[in-house]
Design a protein around this ligand. Sequence first.
Ligand code: NA7
Length: 555
Amino acid sequence: MNYAGRSASSNVDIVVVGAGFAGLYMLHRALRQGRSAIAFERGEDVGGTWYWNRYPGARCDVESTQYSYSFSPELEQEWNWSERFAAQPEIQTYAAHVADRFGLRPHIRFGRTVTRAVFDEMARNWIIETDTRECVRARFCIMATGNLSRVKLPEIQGIEDFAGATFHTGAWPEEPVDFSGKRIGVIGTGSSGIQVIPEIARSAAALVVFQRTPAFSVPACNRPLVPSELAEVKRNYRELRRLAHRSRSGTVLPRSAGRSALDFSEEERLRAFEERWKGDKGGGASFLATFGDLLVSEKANETAAAFVRHKIMETVRDQQTAADLSPRNYPIGSKRLPCDTSYFETYNKDNVELVNLQRTPIVAVGPRGIRTSERQYDLDCLVFATGYDAGTGAINAIDIRGRDGVRLSDVWRDGPQTYLGLMVAGFPNLFTVTGPGSPSILTNLLVSIEYHVDWIARCIDDLDRGEMATIEASKQAQDEWVRHVADLAGETLFLKADSWYVGANVPGKPRVFMAYVGGVPAYEARCEEIAARGYWGFVKEGARVSKAGSTVQSA
Ligand code: NA7
């Protein structure tokens, strides 16, 4: 098919898909570089994942002062985070503030879902279409679609027959939901379920939690930030950011108690875990960093897993419920480790009941509620905390065609193929911010987003300086990178669990660990080296670029 003749309502240098944290910064960088740019956003406001995840209890598991942009020292100084781990409303307000402060809103088209992106080989630009039938040509198409943005409903027979209200944590309504006096069923006990369950339990007449796999969870240890503490962070922001880029997870955490958990006596180990379980050192990713080998050695990992199971048995009064809540079949941290506020304590409430679906599976959902192999549960509302088609879901949902009309979802049929998580061979000038194959989901995403956006912005500048029209990954470099990413993951315990990290939660999705586990410093060093070597492993095509969005002469 020849797309060259397709009309477009406008031409821009850059189209950004999504106006979450990645899209906002990409848009800002593009505009600051003097380029014409627009972003398409499915939601009615900025914020991305944080816009959609408005469920009660939604909270970030990275400290707020670190889960924030570093590109503007003025922004850093003027914004005052109120809590150690920010809740969704505050993060949403922050995203909105950034959009307003940097004048980004006029460049964002809200309520538009990008449905198609086609590379026009003649014109060497992208034609991007939305569900509202808009069509824009852009030299660069940048996917800032997020890793957790395509929600996943459970495949349970009869869901559509349920007569009560249904909600998904990842697509929560804007108006508050009143659970008081109602019988609520929650399906799913990952991070979202673990955060929403204690909140629903506060007001519901009855809350029934349908658990397929028990989750490890550690206390968030959230608390208000005191002014002196915030002032100290503000004074030291540059150093904090520098250290974040030197840490594997892009997060400054308390120093590990030791290289291996197995180098310590049981008493010393328990003391170290206990320190991270509560208090100032606790919360977020710090528990898994207690020792350096918890995610690589099964024996070391089991010491942490046993510690958490013991805590569950201690906290939950009913010992059968406690046993049902205790994970036994996968290493702690091999699934994303949730951080909670009184999750296990919630099961001591009289209005809360746990249903262990491994013992009594769901048979069907009907108009009145859920029927398990044991009994019927009559419910007024159903909450699905069943996660996402993560990593690749949002990108694959768009009909993206590269050279020769090849579809990206076909290239990714057996798992995502990228070079550095930034580009895909055969898809020139299409970038993926925190794409699969980059550290992304294993890190403080703000650190990874800013790094990728800066890299992409520099790459585009370098292309222009060299009078090049396009850049794309070479197939060979991509294949080597995909192998490298898989080899590194193979050395960890991440493959030992059925998690969204490996796509196991989506039937038929290829089982591939989607992130680069080598850590932020190694990854950034590699990307810097590649850029310094004239974008080694990328193919550039020469052409003189005359004006926004149109290439006039091949080299
Ligand atoms: P997750 O972590 O993917 O959790 C989804 C939960 O839903 C998990 O407990 C699943 O059980 C459960 N689930 C999914 N389908 C079903 C069916 N059919 N029946 C019963 N239970 C089901 O999603 P979250 O939204 O909690 O968290 C995603 C990320 O967001 C999180 O890791 C943080 O990074 C933020 P399973 O374990 O598959 O047996």
